[in-house]
Design a protein around this ligand. Sequence first.
Ligand SMILES: [Cu+2]
Length: 169
Amino acid sequence: MFNTVPTPPAQKRTMLGASLATLVLALAACSSSPSPSAAGGGASQPAASQAAASQAAASQAAASQAAASQAAAACAVTPSATSSATIEINSSNFGAAVTISAGQAVTFDNKDSTAHTITQGTNGTAVSGACVNEPIAAGATVIVTFNVAGDYDITCTIHPAMQTQVHVT
Ligand SMILES: [Cu+2]
């Protein structure tokens, strides 16, 4: 009566089983593919060189701190510096104020036949912590470098009337 023969159920199950097996194999291949060596391996070496770098940075910081404390003096006698301005002392008079930039030097040139001093202060008295208080013999020069911006009163401890200013910008 029936001409068409239906596929036997047993064969259907076999086909389903085969395609499930293929799927499982494919999933297994996928999950095993990421390589653990790609991400993990090299991490410890960069950490070590980073530690070395931060140690170098620390010693550099210490060095620049030492340099900063050396430069802390607002001014200093610097005999070998090249000066940017000159103050001539004539007849116990410093003359007009001069203006320089921070880090520049002033030559004090004593044209008198008597000694004076180059002293940060007023009326012959040095200020507390004066950055310069230097005798200057007759005919001598003293070069002073001013490291920090500000107005520096300059006097002579021998002749309190002697007064000028160094403006440091
Ligand atoms: Cu003087």
